[in-house]
Design a protein around this ligand. Structure first.
Ligand code: SME
Length: 158
C-alpha cells in the first residue's frame, strides 16, 4: 500500500470520515499491536495537528506510556490519577474543555489546554487509553468522542 496519508480539509466530521478508512487500511493485515498503535497516533496527528496524541497501556495496574506523537510525556499514571487515570477508573470517555479546571490534571506539557481521553476495552476490561491534547481550549466534543471511540474499536488486541 502507499504509505502517504491523504489529508482532508473539510469539516471535522468529513475529516474523520476520510481518515477512518485510511486507518483501517493501515491496520489491515498487520497483527503487531505496537506498530498499529504507532500508525494510529501518526495518522491522527497528521490529520488534525493536535499537540499530543498517544496511547497508555494498562500494565500491572498502572498506565504505561506507549506509542505517541508529540512532546515527551509522563511514563506512568496510577488508576484515578489525572484525566487518563480517571477515564480508566470511570470506564468512560472524558472530555476536558479546560485542563486547568480538572482537579488532579497531570500537566505533561504546559501548552496543553484541553484534552479527551478514550478508554479502550478488550474482553470487558480497560486495556489501554487513547489520550489527545490540544493547545486550544474547548477543542473536543461529542464528534471527537464518537469517532475516536470508533477508531480505537478498530484495534485488534488478540
Ligand atoms: N494530561 C494527562 C496526562 C498525560 S499527558 O497529557 C500526555 C492526564 O491528566 O492524565
Amino acid at each position: 500500500m502507499a504509505e502517504d496519508l491523504s489529508i482532508s480539509k473539510g469539516t471535522k466530521v468529513e475529516q474523520y470520515l476520510a481518515l477512518i478508512p485510511q486507518i483501517e487500511g493501515l491496520l489491515t493485515g498487520e497483527p503487531d499491536l505496537i506498530a498499529n498503535l504507532a500508525n494510529i497516533t501518526a495518522a491522527l496527528k497528521e490529520q488534525f495537528g493536535w499537540l499530543w496524541v498517544g496511547f497508555y497501556l494498562v500494565k500491572n495496574d498502572e498506565l504505561v506510556l506507549a506509542p505517541f506523537q508529540g512532546p515527551v510525556a509522563c511514563t506512568r499514571i496510577k488508576k484515578g490519577r489525572g484525566v487518563c487515570g480517571a477515564a480508566w477508573q470511570q470506564e468512560q470517555t472524558l472530555i476536558v474543555p479546560d485542563v486547568e479546571k480538572f482537579p488532579g490534571h497531570i500537566a505533561c506539557s504546559s501548552l496543553s489546554r484541553s484534552e479527551i481521553v478514550v478508554p479502550i476495552f478488550h474482553q470487558n476490561e480497560v486495556v489501554a487509553i487513547l489520550d489527545v491534547d490540544s493547545i486550544n481550549l474547548n477543542e473536543f466534543d461529542e464528534i471527537d468522542k464518537q469517532y475516536l471511540e470508533e477508531i480505537v474499536g478498530l484495534i485488534n488486541w488478540n
